[in-house]
Every structure is written in C-alpha cells, then in structure tokens.
Write a protein that binds this ligand. Structure first.
Ligand code: ADP
Length: 700
C-alpha cells in the first residue's frame, strides 16, 4: 500500500531540510563571520532562516529571508492546523506587518491571539538566528550514543503560560520525564499531561501523537522536550516515528468479562467504579479518550449538599427540603422531583463518602440559586472537578480497577431484552465484554454539533465548553436498545465564553463586580441574572456578543483572571478610553457607562437593570481589562430517562434489565436550568446509586 504523507509531516520534512540547510549555512558562516557582519546594513546576516512555535491547533512555521543588505525581504508563515477563518485568516496580515516593520514585534490580530503569538514567536526566533544570537553547535554525545547523560530542562509556551519539561537521559535512553505547567493542568488535568509523558517514555521518542483535545499543550510539551533533548546532544532525526500513520492495523479480537461494565471515566463513571469495586464486584471501566475526567475536570465551583457535617460544624442551617425546592425553582419546575429528592437526600452521605476516599470538600459557601450556604469545595480553593478526578484516579489505581483508555464503547448487547455485554473498539482491538450489568456514564452531547442541531436548530454554530469526548454516545447506544429520552432539548448556555478558545469565564468575575457592555459601550442587562437570561440578552446585541469589563482590583482578588490574561484573550488599557479605543468602542460612551456604574455601586442601587449583587466594589482601578465573550453550550440537561434507582427506562415505561445510567448522560435532574453545584452532586450521588442498583440487580 502506498504510504500517505500528511501535510503536517510534509511540513516537518520541509522544516528538517531547512534545518539541515541552515546548519550548513551556519557552518560556512562561522568561517566568514566577520565578512558577513560587514555586509549587514539592515542588521541581519543575509540568508534564509526558519523557526516554529505552537499556535492554536498545531505548529506554525515562519521562514524569513534576509537580503544582501541585511533587511527582511520575504516572510512566509505556514500554520495548516490553525482555524482557517481565524488564525489562518490572520497570517497574511501578520506577514505583511513583519515585512513593513522589519521586525517580529507586530500587533496581535484581534480574535487570533494564539496564531498571532506563534507567528511573532517563530519570527523572533528566526530573526535571532539571523542576528547570530543562536546557532551554537549541538554538543556531541560519545561515540554512537544518543545522549550525553544528565538532566535537562526545556521550556515552551503552552495554552496558558510556559510549559517546562525536565528530562533525565542515560547514554541511550530517556529515563524519566517531569512536566510542569500550572496553567495547563487546569484545562486538561495533570493526568493528561502525565499520559503524554508515559507515551514518550514507552516510545523512547519525542515523535508521538499529541493528546486528543489537548493539542496546544501537547505541542508545547513536545517542543520543550525537543529543546531539552537537543541540549542533551540528541540528533532529533534519529528518533523513531511513533505517531499513528493512519494506516490500517491488524485488528485483534479480545474477549473479556466483568460483573459490571461502566462506560465513561468522568465523575459519574469513576464514582460508580470505585463504589462497585469497594463492594467486591469486578469492574471494567471504558474510556474513549486517552485520559479520564470528561467535563467533570472542568467543574470549578463545588458540590451542593444539604445537612452535611461540614454545614453543622460551621453553624450553617440548611435542609434537604430546601435543597429540593431550590433545585426545582432553578430548573423552572421542569425537573423530575423524585430524582431531585434522591439527589438531595443522599447528598450528605455522598460528602461523607468523599471524605472516606480522601477527597474532602470542607469549604462551604453560597452559590447562585441556593437559599443557604450549600456548595462544598476543596479546602485549598482548587477547582472541584480536577481535584475530584485526581482523587478518583488515585482510588481506581489503589483498588486495581481495570480501566481501558482509548477504548470507545459502541454497542450494548442484549439477550431476551436484558443486557448481556458491551462492544468497544480501540485503535487495535475489537473488545467484547460479557456482563449482565452496564452503567452508562458517557456524559452529555455538548460536543456533537449534529445532535445539538437535531434537538436545537437555533444553536447551530454555537461554541461549546464541553470536553472533546462528550458526543452523546451513551444516548445513541441506549436508544438503540429502546431507551426513552427526557428533556433532550434542554441545553444550558453559559453567557461568558471566549469564542476563539471556548474558554469559560467563570461567573465569579461578574460576582466580584465585572459588568457586560455591548459594542456600543453600553450595559444591556443585570449581569447576574440566570445563565439563560443573560445569554439571551447577549444574543440580542450587535454581533451577538459582548465584552466583560473588569479592573485591576478585581484581577488581584480573583486568581482565575490570571489564566485569562496569560492565555492572551484579554485586552488591557491604561485608561477606560484607551481600552475602548482598542475595542473599537466610542471612548466617551464607555467612560460614561463606567462612571454611571461606579455611581450605582456607591449608591448600592442599579436603576438601569436592578442588579443587587456583585456590587461590593466599583471598577475604578487602572489598568482596565476586557474579554470579548458570547454564549457557549455548557451542559446538556436532557438525556436518557432513569428512575430513582438509576435504572434506564424504555419507551414503554419499563426498566431495561441490566442497564443503569448516571450523570450528564441522563435527563430529569436539572429540568430547564441547572444550578451551579448540582452537576457534581448529580454525578457523585447517582454514580453511587447506579453502582448499588447494579449490585442489587446482579444478586437477583
Ligand atoms: P459525567 O459528568 O456525567 O461524569 P463526564 O463528561 O465527566 O460526565 O465524563 C464522561 C466520560 O465518558 C468522558 O471522559 C468521555 O470521554 C467518556 N465517553 C463518552 N463516550 C464514550 C464511549 N462511547 N466510550 C467510552 N467512553 C466514553
């Protein structure tokens, strides 16, 4: 069969060739360096220089040609993996700016920050070569060895800041890799980062596939690794290519069995897997991504629970009944009250259970839609999702649960109407697992545009905050064996999502005092109304977007803002007028809006939109910040119909024997609007209910 060469590899090939050409050039240049310097009129040594940097979707290569007089005479930039309409479209502008200014210090193209920064970084590196600042000869290992033994550190720019890779090598092996990058972990979880490290170690090569859903971070890690390995004297050409060539492999049929098969290693699936294993059942957990966590990783707030020992210890009065009422009200009374009652009644026990597995959530506070302080969060202020996923993974490891990563469940098998097995596929294996009980925990369908449009045509083209694996597979598999769906068209929009990166700007920014303005520089809503109402108001504005505006005081008080700033999605101005000018808003109007708002804060009254919360401090400390945002799909509240025992119900109203479901794959708990803190309550409570029901079913 003819081997296919992908455009990315062609590019890399070109890059390698250029690197070799450059090497020869540098060697020749070293001899006649003085002469070459004398030739420079524009400041650079004539020649062709190439460098690359990580963009939004992949590597961006920039080639700079320096003419005889030492000026930049030609620039090309190639970024095949950049979003065509965004980063791709920005490249010609950046290239012409570099030529015009004869410098890599060009303006970021608005809305294409990643690509812009990559072009700037790569152009600067190429020009550094042209200035003779780089090009030091690579140290040479002894004999035919791959490395000079030692520990080396490489650094590269990732999603939210610098990624640092520390690699220890012996003469011919990569012995260990440590990957640091505080900002990255918040987005995809430390385990994803660890897994790329494992992939590199087992391949003994930096030429491995990037992690799906974590391209920018993966590329940054690989670039930092290449940097470290080059310092160790490695010739990168000598490493084996361990990337997936896309060619057909000989598939292997694998048969397994388990008491319970759980599909999806997000919060609900991992809870169920731990609970069932603790009860002595054999469990296989299937996860289609190379890492666990799903949307759960992204949960930042906490877990709602009522009548917990933490509330009692902190003197907080609350009740299960109030929790039920708040949830029903928040969900516009569309919720299934029985399911909500199960969630509320079992929430305190779920908190105790989290204590028992080493994942306490002791910090209790208020959150939107709750009458009492009810949301439980980690002590250290870390995001609840990443915290729980890390704890769940540790428990799965300790319990020795079989987790098959990169393995996508495709079918639930039945015999005489009862569950009899699961079929799944990995890159190389067709797996058939015989089992009597299956727990679906595949999450929602926020990342499946076809499904979104099928149920909500009005949301076509809306960005999503969902993780890449959240494509509604569980709903499709359950429907194929007769399951009923409930509230499937109920999809929650989050009003503050940056559109180029799908990064969610947490509600706390508005809670701490930020306002929303439209392109005309005016407020248009009470910013702290429910997510659906604020989203709808944004969609009515010019261009269906808005800007979230905050100041230096707010930045200093809210850690989350640092990520927005380091990611490059924030526009900063020394004065409000300066900020307005950068946003193409009339400066006088925006200044008036801010002045009015600060007056309302002083008077503690918002005559325009009746806002009453998030008014503790005004917006008056320069510099000022803005992020362009619009609504994004956040949570699919409908899904598979379950009863209070987490049994999946068919279209005739009967439980499907052996099929259980928990978490975002199900419908009914959240009704028409999920309140913050209830997603985590849902996954932990119903993950445990599903496990216990499956165990009871097996005993029948
Ligand atoms: P929940 O919050 O309900 O636990 P999450 O979004 O956290 O849901 O997790 C769902 C998990 O299920 C994700 O890790 C996702 O990759 C995984 N998943 C989705 N579809 C499949 C499938 N067909 N096979 C295996 N895993 C799946």
């Amino acid at each position: 069969m003819k081997k296919k060469i992908s455009p990315a590899w062609l590019l890399r090939g070109t890059f390698l060739v250029l690197t070799v050409v450059l090497g020869v050039f540098l060697a020749v240049r070293a001899v006649g360096n003085a002469a070459a310097r004398a030739n420079r009129e524009g400041g650079y040594a004539p020649g062709v220089y190439t460098a690359s940097a990580s963009g939004f979707g992949g590597v961006v290569d920039v080639t700079v040609t320096i003419g005889d007089k030492g000026g930049i005479t030609d620039v090309t930039a190639v970024g095949p993996d950049e979003t065509p309409d965004v980063g791709g479209a920005a490249i010609p502008t950046l290239v012409s700016q570099i030529l015009q200014r004869q410098s890599a210090d060009v303006d970021v193209v608005s809305g294409a920050t990643y690509t812009s920064n990559a072009v700037r970084e790569a152009a600067a590196a190429a020009l550094a070569q042209a200035s003779g600042e780089t090009g030091a000869a690579r140290p040479t290992p002894e004999g035919d060895n791959l490395f000079i033994p030692g520990t080396y550190v490489g650094v590269s720019k990732g999603f939210g800041g610098d990624v640092e890779v520390t690699v220890t090598v012996s003469e011919n092996a990569i012995e260990s890799i440590a990957i640091g990058g505080e900002h990255e972990t918040e987005n995809i979880g430390t385990f994803a980062v660890e897994m790329l490290g494992e992939r590199i170690l087992s391949a003994q090569s930096p030429k491995v596939d990037v992690l799906t859903g974590a391209t920018v971070t993966s590329n940054a890690i690989l670039r930092a690794l290449n940097d470290a390995l080059t310092q160790a004297g490695a010739d990168l050409k000598r490493f084996p290519d361990a990337t997936d060539s896309g060619e057909a492999v000989n598939r292997v049929a694998v048969n397994m069995d388990a008491d319970i098969v759980i599909i999806g290693a997000g919060g609900a699936g991992m809870t169920a897997a731990i609970d069932a294993t603790q009860a002595g059942k054999s469990v296989i957990l299937l996860e289609k991504m190379p890492y666990a966590g799903g949307n759960t990783t992204k949960a930042t707030g906490g877990m709602n629970a009522a009548e917990t020992h933490y509330q009692a210890e902190q003197g907080i009065e609350d009740s299960v009944e109030q929790f039920v009422e708040d949830t029903m009200k928040g969900g516009h009374d569309l919720n299934n009250r029985d399911l909500v009652t199960v969630m509320a009644q079992n929430s305190a026990a779920a908190i105790d259970w989290l204590d028992s597995i080493g994942a306490p959530l002791p910090k209790v506070s208020f959150s939107g839609g709750a009458t009492n302080k009810r949301i439980h969060a980690p002590e250290d202020g870390s995001g609840v999702g990443a915290y729980l996923v890390t704890a769940f993974r540790r428990n799965l490891d300790e319990l020795g649960v079989t987790v098959l990563y990169d393995t996508c469940a495709t079918d639930i098998l039945t015999e005489n109407g009862a569950v009899s097995g699961v079929k799944a596929q990995s890159k190389t294996q067709d797996v058939t697992i015989t089992t009597r009980a299956v727990i679906l925990a595949t999450g929602g369908f926020g990342n499946n545009e076809d499904m979104i449009v099928r149920y909500r045509p009005d949301l076509k083209g809306t960005v999503t905050t969902s993780a890449p694996g959240i494509t509604g597979d569980g709903i499709v598999m359950a429907q194929a064996i007769g399951a009923d769906l409930v509230d499937i068209e109920q999809i929650q929009l989050h009003p503050t999502v940056e559109q180029a990166t799908s990064m969610l700007i947490t509600e706390s920014v508005r809670g701490d005092g930020a306002i929303l303005v439209n392109q005309e520089g005016k407020r248009f809503t009470n910013e702290l109304l429910t997510r659906d109402v604020v989203s709808a108001a944004e969609l009515e504005q010019t261009g269906s977007y808005a800007y979230i505006i905050f100041d230096q005081r707010l930045r200093e008080g809210l850690k989350a803002t640092e990520k927005y700033i380091s990611t490059g999605i924030t526009v900063q101005g020394d004065t409000i007028e300066d900020l307005a000018a950068q946003l193409d808003i009339d400066p006088a109007t925006l200044a008036q809006t801010l002045a009015d708002w600060n007056g309302y804060v002083a008077a503690q009254e918002d005559p325009d939109f009746g806002r009453t919360t998030g008014m503790e401090a005004d917006l008056s400390q320069a510099p000022y910040y803005a992020i362009k945002i619009a609504p994004g799909i956040h949570h699919t509240m409908g899904g598979v119909k379950i009863d209070t025992q987490a049994r999946v119900i068919d279209t005739q109203g009967n439980p499907i024997p052996g099929l259980f479901a928990a978490g975002e794959v199900t419908g009914g708990v959240h009704g028409g609007n999920r309140i913050g803190g209830n997603a985590v309550a849902d996954i932990v409570v119903f993950g445990k209910v599903a496990a216990q029901s499956a165990i009871a079913y097996l005993a029948q």
